[in-house]
Design a protein around this ligand. Structure first.
Ligand SMILES: [Zn+2]
Length: 265
């Protein structure tokens, strides 16, 4: 059965995950790129279960390809990643949630593809994020604007000059945990949606005095993730990756999450 994976790079208290459902199992997954986990599976008896992976992007983090390959091995078809972000758009302040509609890759030290030595000529152009999953989140989180996420390696913060440059490029927020995962997920034909929670404002803006709303965005996102997990049907095929085989797209375990070419195992 296909399922949903939540990659959580935000400081959620573990008890907040109870809203998704009780813990069913924990599993470590071995991949070609290293071990992943333990991932926790939670869910209510009458709803599809959800895999959850805490996901803080540090230079020492697991090879991001391992995470995506583990998702594939767990028969995940949809991923929602939630990241703590720095706002470069002046309308965003600490605690604000943001739906990621597109991204800019400014990482320089991350593996960018499963097809390292093969070129990418065979990959088709797909939307940056899954429109259906993003649309579902926008209905649950109507207060969250859409925005462009700019991925950096970290761990250092942006300089003021970089923040001005990123804003001039059209970025709304900066983060360290969704790129290249978002591209790797799309290579595997997995639906991917991203949520940001503004943790701080960028270096070229002055620090706001009031931070009273800080936790409200996080609480809204926790509720949204649990609502999403209870309302989604991961077995309904989505063709956003452009990889559905029309002859096999109408049942569980069909080809919708299979890439045109399998990455090397
Ligand atoms: Zn999709």
């Amino acid at each position: 059965m296909n399922s949903l994976l939540l990659l959580l790079a935000v400081p959620l208290p573990p008890q907040s995950l109870e809203a998704i459902g009780p813990l069913i199992e924990e599993r470590q997954v071995e991949t070609r790129y290293g071990p992943v986990g333990p991932l926790a599976r939670r869910g209510l008896p009458e709803t599809p279960s959800v895999w959850i992976q805490p996901y803080y992007g540090l230079p020492s983090r697991t090879d991001p390809r391992a995470t995506l390959q583990a998702a594939q091995q767990l028969h995940v078809s949809q991923i929602v990643a939630c990241d703590s972000v720095v706002a470069v758009n002046p309308v965003l302040g600490p605690g604000h949630p943001l739906l990621i509609t597109d991204y800019i890759d400014f990482t320089r030290h991350q593996p960018q593809t499963f097809y390292e030595n093969e070129g990418t000529g065979g990959l088709s152009q797909t939307p940056a994020v899954c429109p259906r999953l993003t649309d579902a989140l926008s209905h649950i989180l109507p207060m969250a604007p859409g925005g462009v996420y700019l991925g950096v390696d970290g761990p250092r913060r942006e300089t003021a000059a970089e923040a001005r440059m990123f804003r001039s490029w059209g970025a709304d927020v900066i983060g360290q945990n969704l790129v290249p995962e978002i591209a790797l997920a799309r290579e595997l034909g997995l639906c991917f949606a991203g949520l940001g929670i503004v943790e701080d404002i960028s270096a070229e803006r002055s620090t706001p005095t009031a931070q009273a709303d800080d936790s409200r965005g996080l609480e809204a996102v926790v509720l949204a993730l649990s609502e999403l997990s209870h309302s989604l049907d991961p077995n309904t095929p989505c063709n956003c990756g452009g990889r559905i085989d029309p002859g096999q797209a109408d049942g569980p375990g069909s080809a919708e999450s299979r890439p045109a070419r399998q990455p090397r195992q």
